[in-house]
Design a protein around this ligand. Sequence first.
Ligand code: ADP
Ligand code: MG
Length: 321
Amino acid sequence: MHLKHVLLACVWLFCSLHAGSQPAEKKYTYVHPQMGTTFKITFYSRLDSISSQAIATEIFSKIDSLNLLFSDYLPESELNRLCNQAGNLNWINISSDLWNILDLSNYFTQASSGAFDVSLGAITRLWRKARAMKELPDSTLISNALRSTGHTCVQLNAKQQARIIQAGTRLDLGGIAQGYTADLCLKILRSKGIRRALIDAGGDIAIGDPPPYSSGWLIYFPSCSKDRADHLDSLRLSNCGITTSGATTRYLEVNNIKYSHIIDPRTGWALTENYLVTVQAPNATIADAWATAFNVLGPLGWESIQEEHPELNVWIIKGNY
Ligand code: ADP
Ligand code: MG
């Protein structure tokens, strides 16, 4: 036999043996509504559909359990039970996930000079009500609520305990919880050997290894104008997080002014200079928190701290939507 034929025969033999021992990777996608959004999980695996479904179910129950910790809507969430103790100087034992997300939140508050602030809960409640009523909130109520905010409010210690020193403080993790949860889902998948995965928590995206034979997952940048169905750009990404944040869907419009669901912590007023901010970061938690912060800080704010944060890629578009 000619050498070329021998080689081809070997390759054929190898491929058939290989194919026989290992099924091809299949793409699986699952969705689960939670935390005011829909979690979409996509991964590639050699597992059969029953085993893949079991993994998705496990991840979804983790998402549900995190919602019971982080929600500011559920009166009995761990977060709200902690807030009910605000003003009480006793330390309270909390779960590791709540401790971690509060610790990260404190970091982002400090790194963004207070632009990212989870202690705005009393204010975000007023704005939620305002959006439902379709009228601006009472400015006296806003200034009173502003007194219960401030980034030094939440104290944590090394014994996995927390306390909120100021009475009346409410916490709102809406600017970070989806990114944090998406990262945790990716971590669970990795722990099961599934690395080619993407978790999309309504635009807060945690990205693992690329799909087979690809350099990365195709991520589209949302277009700024709602009249245009096209996209500004797209990227192929792997092993990172990316988020876009802005007042595209949740806002209050009064007298032709659009009031964002993101609040300026200095004034307690919703942002009216609307940006569409996309942040790519080492993970989805970091991307989520910074995307909220850069809505407040704007392009100049990003420019002023850009050098300190080589881990971030940031795109800020002036919105008119
Ligand atoms: P999206 O829901 O569009 O992903 P974000 O991640 O930017 O938005 O989070 C916005 C949410 O974060 C608000 O709905 C509110 O719950 C909370 N929030 C509002 N302003 C701030 C702020 N300055 N810092 C931290 N969280 C905020
Ligand atoms: Mg955010």
